[in-house]
Write a protein that binds this ligand. Structure first.
Ligand code: C2E
Ligand code: MG
Ligand code: MG
Length: 665
């Protein structure tokens, strides 16, 4: 294939490849003469970012370089065209089966996904490829290209840097989705939505603190649908704003009814808000209007938002939340722990309570990891005077653990599943059958029963009634620790404590003797290393491959808060090292080889140490980098598993630096 002079009307002037007109003509001819050839639709991942950050000249240069690479990767008889923008199409003339098409896609992917020198620096570029193998002679050019395009978007939304084969299931999913979107538009008019309500229960005594309204869709053909099946579509299409208004109105109407019923004692009703709703500047007016229209008491309305709402840069969530608070309602941060807002960040918003995501509750009865996380959240929340609600409590053991670790309230199938208002109303009148769960509230604290939050039985199991004990202050003094440290040790089971009837802790003399007799037990605990992710972090790979250098540079500048001071990490000398770190970490994330990521961080830090960066600078760099990466991933709405994995990786990188610090300052 030769690159023609960029003058004729059938070639792209920038790359010299066939243009769309010529491609369509060639493809049509090929389809007419034989079984359809495989088509690869190649889209450069996040090309817009390159254009935006490096400028259009660099963008053009990148396209020219990619065109050259593509030419090297396709067979001589293939057709290669620039379809438009950052999209290329390869028609593999000799390939008519899936196997051959996949081999061709792999070749193209390998050629494209490699560093490109732009503005004198290597930039990692990735592409997504949609692959179509025509199933029969009936397929036209338009259908082929459309299907390939669909598959390419599928590859992109799976994180990029990969190919996806178009199949029948994909086509059916698209048809279903389009249908669902259409149905959703009709559903509001046809009044197909209903609310269910799920109780939130206090953990200090068996009483109901409120109910959460959860929307369901009574689809005429598909039956009762959970929000997971339609809320995301409603968000993408903007219908969520209208749906959210309906939910608010309906929940307020129900709240007003229950509030005026003397036989029902219900402190609150909570409603979930989506990010799109919070971005609407008139949300406070919409809420005020719903309260006014229905006569619902504002102080019994709770609104739930997620962390991503707080992190969004587009709107001004603080101002909107402040105006909502001014109405007298309460605000809860939902699914806490799945996003990446540190509590330090949450402090800036007028939040009253946190709902800890159920993924932290799920493993709480099995082992210490989730317990440590929950204990840390509870203690930080206490400092900020936030209440903590545990979500998704399904078993008695989980309920006891969340109570033991200091949560104020819980919600979950153990207490009650979401139910329609009428069913719940009957329960509210009679009182939820919480008596059957009396073990949640009556049981002695777990630590006293001989199980420490670390999961092991404490040394002497049951507490003997005549055991000699001393109060907290005295025990702390005897061990040479602060009272707060000792309290923490008791919480984590490092020392056994017993509680008096008044709830005060006392420490068995035998425990003090045990700790004093073995000085090693009083030493600071060894660092508990966070487990590394178990699968490749494609989202981090794509992010760092594309933008790693600028992200690392931004993290380095953030270390010096006031922006006036500089250090090695934010100097020009560090730039190539930061780029290299980003490239190597990206590659490690793609391969799932996290030892390589740890090595890359070590290499960067070693360089920093030689160049005079202090230990604090180095640790802060790892922390800020993690913050930025997670923030950017959130903006890209990557899957939860990828966010959790990324967070783990960066926490671990920091821990590894901390472990090395004493030897390598
Ligand atoms: P969420 O606000 O975190 O609601 C809690 C979800 O956990 C509910 O799922 C609830 O049924 C489920 N759940 C409660 N207890 C348990 C348990 O013990 N185990 C397990 N595995 N799950 C439990 P649901 O109703 O499917 O709602 C899912 C999400 O959809 C909600 O999560 C919320 O983010 C969103 N959503 C629900 N209603 C609305 C709404 O009216 N507007 C908006 N914007 N989002 C809504
Ligand atoms: Mg919620
Ligand atoms: Mg939640």
């Amino acid at each position: 294939m030769t690159v023609l002079a960029p003058t004729d009307v059938l070639h792209d002037p920038l790359t010299g490849l066939s243009n769309r007109t010529l491609l369509l003509r060639q493809l049509r001819a090929m389809l007419a003469e034989a079984a359809g050839p495989a088509v690869l639709f190649v889209g450069v991942d996040r090309f817009k970012d390159i254009n935006d950050t490096l400028g259009h000249q660099a963008g053009d240069e990148l396209l020219r370089r990619l065109a050259e690479r593509l030419q090297g990767a396709v067979a001589a008889e293939d057709v290669l065209a620039r379809f438009g923008g950052d999209e290329f199409v390869v028609v593999c003339r000799g390939v008519t089966d899936e196997r051959g098409a996949i081999a061709a896609a792999e070749r193209v992917l390998a050629a494209v996904c490699a560093p490109v020198e732009l503005r004198e620096r290597p930039r990692f570029v990735t592409a997504s490829i949609g692959v179509v193998v025509p199933s029969g002679p009936h397929e036209g050019v338009d259908e082929l290209l459309r299907d390939a395009d669909v598959a390419m978007h599928q590859a992109k939304s799976a994180g990029g840097g990969r190919f996806a084969l178009f199949d029948q299931a994909m086509r059916e999913r698209i048809i279903q989705r389009v249908q669902l979107e259409h149905d959703l538009r009709e559903a509001l008019r046809r009044e197909e939505f209903v609310l269910e309500y799920q109780p939130v229960v206090a953990l200090d005594a068996p009483r109901i603190l409120g109910v959460e309204a959860l929307v369901r869709w009574e689809h005429p053909r598909l039956g009762l649908m959970a929000p997971a099946a339609f809320v995301a579509i409603a968000e993408e299409t903007g219908l969520i704003v209208e749906l959210g208004r309906w939910v608010l109105g309906e929940a307020c109407r129900q709240l007003a009814r229950w509030a005026s019923d003397p036989a029902i004692d219900l402190p609150s009703v909570s409603v979930n808000l989506s990010g799109r709703q919070v971005a609407e500047p008139d949300l406070p007016e919409v809420v005020a209007d719903a309260l006014r229209r229905t006569g619902a008491p504002a102080d019994r309305l709770v609104l739930e938002v997620t962390e991503s709402v707080l992190m969004s840069e587009a709107a001004s969530p603080a101002a909107v939340l402040q105006r909502l608070k001014a109405l007298g309602i309460r605000l809860v941060l939902d699914d806490f722990g799945t996003g990446y807002s540190s509590l330090n960040y949450v402090k800036r918003f007028p939040i009253d309570a946190l709902k800890v995501d159920r993924s932290f509750v799920a493993g709480i009865a099995e082992g210490p990891e989730d317990r440590h996380i929950l204990a840390a959240i509870v203690s930080m929340a206490a400092g900020l005077r936030l209440e903590v609600v545990a979500e998704g409590v399904e078993t008695l053991d989980q309920a006891r653990w969340v109570r033991e670790l200091g949560c104020d309230a819980a919600q979950g199938y153990l207490f009650a599943a979401p139910a329609p208002a009428s069913a719940l109303e009957a329960l509210l009148r009679r009182g939820l059958p919480l008596a059957r769960l009396s073990a949640v509230w009556d049981a002695a604290p777990i630590a006293e029963r001989g199980v420490s939050p670390d999961g092991g039985a404490s040394p002497d199991g049951e507490h003997a009634a005549d055991e000699q004990t001393v109060p907290l202050g005295e025990a702390a003094e005897a061990l040479g620790l602060s009272t707060s440290t000792l309290r923490r040790w008791a919480d984590s089971g490092r020392i056994r404590a017993v509680r008096t009837a008044g709830g005060h802790r006392r420490f068995p003399v035998s425990e003090l003797q045990r700790l004093k007799s073995a000085p090693a037990l009083l030493a600071p605990p060894a660092l508990r290393l966070t487990p590394l992710p178990s699968a490749p972090l494609i989202a981090v790979h794509a992010l760092l491959a594309q933008d790693g250098g600028p992200i690392a540079g931004a993290a380095a500048r953030l270390i010096y808060d006031d922006g006036t001071r500089t250090g090695w990490l934010s100097s020009a000398d560090a730039e190539p090292h930061l780029e290299r770190w980003a490239c190597e970490t990206a590659a490690a994330c793609q391969a799932g080889d996290y030892d390589a990521a740890i090595d890359a961080m070590r290499a960067l830090m070693r360089q920093g140490r030689y160049a005079g960066a202090s230990l604090v600078e180095r640790e802060l760099f790892a922390e800020r980098c993690g913050d930025l990466v997670l923030h950017r991933l959130q903006e890209r709405s990557v899957e939860r598993a990828q966010l959790v994995g990324a967070r783990r990786l960066f926490v671990r990188l920091r821990q590894e630096l901390a472990r090395e610090a004493p030897a390598g300052v």
